[in-house]
Design a protein around this ligand. Structure first.
Ligand SMILES: Cc1cc2nc3c(=O)[nH]c(=O)nc-3n(C[C@H](O)[C@H](O)[C@H](O)COP(=O)(O)OP(=O)(O)OC[C@H]3O[C@@H](n4cnc5c(N)ncnc54)[C@H](O)[C@@H]3O)c2cc1C
Length: 348
């Protein structure tokens, strides 16, 4: 557990939460998983390190349940930040509603400022028209936070039971929100502030999910190389295999440390600007986890790419983490921009 390996990042309540997430089991539809997470008290609003320890444990065992967990957080956070629709938040955090977070559009991916979904205020309230795509849990949601262009700028809205179309991405429930003069409730006229604040809050937890996937890959690999006999001995007896294991362990710990540094910084930020540190945590962890899982596949040989094997599942599950909630190159741009703006200093 992260709270045992790196105790100096944590308070006692984090250890209890991590143990509960480790022992949590869910199955069935996204709604079933969300209901079980809510009943177990795992969806309550907590700090960033709590999101991280929960996601590390959930992703290790079950990436789909991990996604069910975090998408509820993405859906609730803008409503909580704007202090609106408390009954929706209460239901979502209790696991009685599945929410989605609709920002991305066919013409607005990394460039979210290109959002074109239109918001029009009528005598009967706000109406939205446009399409959101690659929206996690869209096919299963019964409510979505949607960002749309109003006359005064991009605002945040809540849409009850939006029409959806499924898309196909491995280990995901994902799809389009199809908005056609769809009634919506205004959440906040400051849509981008809510969207960016929500993404920044959840971003380091993507690193934690990557750590969970990579930790599983390392454990699967250790079991495999001790069991698998080649050249008359276990693969684990080969010096090059041991070197690869050591590299995996180092990368895993680097991923965890980068994630926890970002989470700790966010939890102690007190309003300070921490975007580049959040970017650092996600980029370092997800890139390292991808390398760990790639080595796991390699050390499993043919079994590593066999459909249905755990490491093959992990290989597909880890890949989107380097794309969503800020693609690696976009986040490197955030870090680079900050560096470029710094006044040059001579430092010892
Ligand atoms: C599995 C999955 C789940 C998702 N869930 C959600 C969700 O719940 N809600 C939601 O709103 N969206 C969601 N998304 C969408 C996700 O946020 C976008 O896919 C992501 O922002 C990238 O946008 P894009 O796919 O349009 O790629 P593009 O913006 O076209 O970018 C493609 C690539 O170009 C490069 N690139 C782009 N811009 C820059 C730049 N400025 N600097 C350097 N390189 C750059 C990067 O390598 C990037 O990966 C999800 C996506 C996936 C794959």
């Amino acid at each position: 557990m992260l709270t045992e390996q790196f105790p100096y990042f944590f308070a006692p309540e984090h250890a209890g939460l991590e143990a509960r997430a480790r022992d949590f089991v869910a199955a069935g539809s996204i709604a079933d998983r969300v209901a079980a997470l809510g009943a177990a008290g795992l969806l309550a609003r907590r700090d960033t390190r709590s999101l991280a320890v929960a996601r590390r444990q959930l992703a290790y065992r079950d990436p789909l349940t991990d996604l069910a967990f975090v998408i509820q957080e993405l859906g609730c956070t803008p409503l909580e930040s704007a202090a609106v629709l408390p009954e929706v938040v209460a239901d979502a955090r209790a696991g009685r509603r599945v929410l989605a977070f609709g920002l991305t559009e066919p013409g607005a991916g990394s460039d979210v400022r290109a959002v074109a979904t239109a918001a029009v205020e009528t005598a009967g309230g706000w109406r939205l028209t446009g399409t959101k795509h690659f929206i996690s849990n869209a096919p299963d949601c019964d409510g979505a936070v949607v960002f749309a262009r109003a006359p005064t700028g991009v605002a945040a809205f809540f849409v009850e039971a939006p029409a959806t179309e499924a898309q196909r991405v491995a280990s995901h429930s994902i799809g389009r929100l199809v908005l056609d003069d769809t009634p919506a409730t205004l959440v906040s006229p400051r849509g981008f502030a809510l969207a960016f604040g929500t993404l920044e809050r959840c971003r380091p937890s993507v690193g934690a999910a990557a750590v969970g996937l990579a930790a599983r890959a390392l454990d699967e690999t250790l079991a495999h190389v001790r069991r698998r006999q080649q050249f008359g001995a276990p693969l684990a007896d080969l010096p090059v295999v041991r070197l690869r294991l050591a590299e995996m362990k180092n990368e895993l710990d680097i991923a965890a440390l980068a994630t926890l540094h970002a989470c700790w910084t966010r939890d102690h930020a007190q309003g300070a600007r921490v975007g580049p540190v959040m970017a650092f945590g996600k980029v370092v962890a997800t890139e390292a986890a991808q390398r760990v899982i790639d080595t796991a596949v390699q050390l499993h040989g043919g079994q590593g790419v066999e459909e249905g094997s755990v490491v093959e599942m992990l290989y597909r599950a880890v890949r989107p983490l380097r794309i969503y909630e800020g693609a690696t190159d976009v986040l490197l741009g955030v870090i680079g921009d900050q560096l470029a703006q710094l006044v040059p200093e001579v430092k010892g």
